[in-house]
Design a protein around this ligand. Structure first.
Ligand code: SF4
Length: 252
């Protein structure tokens, strides 16, 4: 059994596949909180800090999440959706942290079905979950967008960097890349050193950097600094197309 917070057809807005029409499955729950990303939201009168997908992270929102306890039901929904779209789009499984559910059999059955249909799957993951690729071989056929968190996330290093989890992805997955969300302040301080520490673990992966921001306004505050940082260090700049186009609207 796992939780979905939303599912929708859109265009991938970030990373290596930015611009590709994609069907999104967003799971509920995360093993991190990332208060440093500074998205403010209110629960029962209390102001909390989190990331731009706090509604898929904070269990206070769980009442609105959809419980998926039968893979056939979700597969049937996906078949109908793809029929309406007219083709089988790239699937992005995001969160929260979707790989919290990697060993859940309902979740795994859906992943296996997608792979058997020849559908490309990208996991948007924080890279902290250790996957046994021999026990769950369908994950070998998936793409891993490793959206690792840096110091600006407000999470301690030992929680956000799990070396074995990263090495497993680099060894077994058919494709993976690194994606960092950074702000102007981090560019001026520890971003380069922090990314280097991660590249020491994952030397083969390309690096994409994108500006912090849950809205157009906050992205505008960081984009130029990140742009120049990428030029200086030979990283790929990734914009956040969905926020540029739709601002803070969810489900697009
Ligand atoms: S790991 Fe990702 S989804 Fe989880 S709290 Fe951090 S930014 Fe949000």
């Amino acid at each position: 059994m796992f939780y979905l917070t939303e599912q929708f057809f859109s265009i991938q807005g970030e990373g290596k596949y930015a611009g590709v029409p994609s069907y999104f499955l967003r799971t509920g729950g995360c093993n991190l909180n990332c208060p440093g990303f500074g998205a403010e939201y209110e629960v029962d009168g209390e102001i909390r800090l989190g990331c731009d997908t706090y509604f898929a992270v904070d269990s206070s929102y769980a009442k609105a999440w959809i419980k998926v306890d039968n893979s056939d039901v979700l597969i049937s929904t996906l078949k109908k959706e793809f029929n309406t779209i007219g083709y089988n789009p790239h699937i992005v499984i995001t969160g929260g942290e979707p790989l919290m559910y990697h060993s859940d059999m309902v979740f795994y059955d859906v992943v296996k079905w997608l792979i058997d249909e020849g559908i490309e799957i990208t996991f948007e993951t924080n890279g902290t979950i250790e996957i046994d690729f021999e026990k769950y071989p369908a994950y070998k056929s998936c793409i891993f967008a490793l959206s690792l968190k840096l110091a600006n996330s407000g999470e301690p290093a030992q929680k956000r960097i799990v070396t074995q989890a990263l090495e497993n992805v680099q060894t077994y997955a058919k494709e993976a890349f690194l994606k960092f969300t950074i702000d102007a302040q981090l560019v001026e301080s520890t971003a380069r050193d922090e990314i280097q520490d991660i590249q020491d673990i994952l030397p083969e992966l390309d690096v994409y950097c994108m500006p912090v921001g849950e809205s157009r306004d906050t992205i505008w505050k960081n984009d130029k600094a990140v742009f120049e940082f990428c030029m200086k260090h030979n990283f790929c700049y990734s914009d956040r197309l969905h926020i540029r186009v739709f601002d803070t609207t969810q489900g697009v």
